[in-house]
Write a new protein. Structure first.
Length: 233
């Protein structure tokens, strides 16, 4: 090995190490920038979501529809749905996501509904366990009755995800949101209410998960089936 080779060897190693170190720093900077952008997008998305939910109000006079679907699980949803049915805003009502152990009569009493109206015009879904199930069972019910325009009743914080899931299964139907508002959250009111903030944040993460799931999984086509009629025992 010549003296020139002896000098070039160590110098080449130093240059290679410097290049590798530079690449690692560049990757680290890119990764940090990506994390910062993702975090900013997450926070900005939450602010938009919370403001949107806080701005939702219960319609004073919703237009008439073929039917009404109420998703169980939140305060005052059932009462609002029966009020719509009694006022003729829909011909039938589906109560989706009812606990299998709950009796129809218990549901009727809890909602303050009349026996005749409950027996003639209400269907109960015991199969749905979550919002995804609500959407799937609602689609079967709507298809079995040929309903095209449907009022969807749920709490304001739950409305965005409910509509997202239901539109995947009821692509051909017009869905009319009827948000139930128990706690006013407009004008940034959600910022001063820790309990509301926690609920909205939890719902926001579920909303993002629903969006991600929709990008990966396609909703399968299902044949419509009739649900059990309410008031049979």
């Amino acid at each position: 090995m010549t003296g020139e080779d002896q000098i070039a060897g160590p110098t080449g190693d130093v240059a290679a190490r410097a290049f590798a170190c530079g690449r690692r720093r560049a990757v680290l900077r890119s990764s940090c920038a990506a994390v910062v952008v993702a975090f900013a997008a997450f926070v900005g998305g939450f602010a938009w979501f919370a403001s949107h939910v806080g701005g939702l109000t219960t319609p004073a006079t919703p237009g008439d529809a073929d039917a009404i679907i109420v998703l169980t699980g939140g305060q005052s949803r059932l009462g609002a749905a029966f009020d719509l049915l009694e006022s003729g805003k829909g011909r039938r009502l589906l109560i989706s996501g009812v606990n299998p152990a709950a009796r129809d009569e218990d549901i009727r009493v809890a909602a303050g509904a009349g026996k005749e109206l409950f027996a003639c015009c209400v269907d109960i879904d015991h199969a749905a366990l979550d919002t995804i199930g609500n959407a799937a069972e609602s689609a079967k019910w709507a298809a079995s009755h040929n309903f095209d325009r449907i009022i969807v009743v749920t709490n304001n914080y739950h409305m965005p995800r409910s509509l997202l899931e239901m539109r995947r299964h009821l692509a051909g139907a017009e869905l009319v949101p009827y948000p139930v508002v128990n706690t006013p959250l407009d004008n940034g009111g959600w910022l001063t209410k820790p309990d509301a903030l926690r609920v909205i944040f939890t719902e926001y993460t579920k909303y993002l998960a629903a969006i991600a799931r929709g990008l990966v999984h396609r909703v399968p086509d299902e044949a419509p089936v009739s649900l059990a009629k309410a008031g049979r025992g």
